[in-house]
Ligand binder design. Sequence first.
Ligand code: FMN
Length: 386
Amino acid sequence: MTTSIRDGGPALKTPLDFPDSPLSLAQRQPLLLGVFLDLQDRHLSNHPTTNSWTFDYNLSIVQKAEASGFEIAFSRMQWLPKGGYDGEASLDSFIALGAMAAATSRILLISTIHVLYGPLHPLHIAKYGATLDHISKGRWGVNIVTGHRAIEHQMFGWNRIEHDKRYEMAGELVDVVNSLWGETENLTYEGKVSPWKLENAWITPKPLFGRPVLVNATGSPAGVDFAVKYSDLVFITSPGGADIGSALETLPGHIRNIKDAAKKAGREIKVLINPVVVSRDTPEETGEYLQGIVDGMGGDTEPKRFKGYDSDAHAWRGQNGPRKQGYKLGGNVEVIGSPKEVVEQFVELHRTGIDGLQLGFYDWEVDFDHFLDKILPLLKEAGLRV
Ligand SMILES: Cc1cc2nc3c(=O)[nH]c(=O)nc-3n(C[C@H](O)[C@H](O)[C@H](O)COP(=O)(O)O)c2cc1C
């Protein structure tokens, strides 16, 4: 619980203060399951895939996930110049996940928003968020990102803001947006580290469960501080890189630090990671599938992501570390194997303190069906899903 930035303002509630909020209901699962959508072209390998950035393709994934009991749908979002990163076409995550609110009924929808670009005014975020909160009946949330690539900030007309300063600015913004969502009076405020002001600002309707779900994704001390103060869910990476062995060795200490810090602050925070799952019925068939993907990498398909845009993110530093690295399949941890082997790795990840998995696949149409048919039942048997 936090207090409004207005002197004498009310204590502000979060979705976890309401036992019937979609977030509270989701958290009854031992292991939360989500889909990590690609609302953008991705070209990891020449190996065939049905993947598509289109809204319809991604909505069908989310509807299938919802029908299978998944709790979360989430998408990344980037702003890149022509020829950038993961291909050309990409939909805006805020608009696309928001639009899915009207076509779903139970799943949480988390939009990634670069809250500092523009700059977006806190009144805009509060009003848009309250609107989506009502359309989704408390299922919408925001993954607060501040932009780690220099080129993105330049696209918006300034040089990249220093790493920890970005979190300070995002913190001030969230304080104000939270206050607008929870305030019982008009709010007047002038940004201390932010370039905006509000005078007699007011938002109704108020969100149904205190505020929308707040999320951030990080690997840095400043980002963890931010998560502990504001977020319900935090997306992390493996400090050891994407190889499952390296991840299992390095995650426990990292997660303990985050949860200890949250506890100290009197808050509870759920820790999520996004595995890419490569699986077929047997270890041999899985090996063949993996080899097909790996053989299709390199040459003219060398992912544009490795072009080397200047980034100051801490989250992926483990990828350059001394430990065994993965196959660069696009997830922050790679889970490869038969259904039984996949579940064994999920059990191990859960033991490190991971509360939820934001799943990704090389080929959504084929691989997600395989997951639902062959892996999900074993997860239930393992007691990770109720
Ligand atoms: C799982 C995960 C997903 C992320 N998704 C995005 C994204 O969609 N867009 C973006 O600009 N940054 C994204 N980021 C980057 C973070 O928002 C953050 O800018 C970056 O990790 C740098 O912060 P840090 O140094 O605190 O890690 C993501 C990070 C992680 C760990």
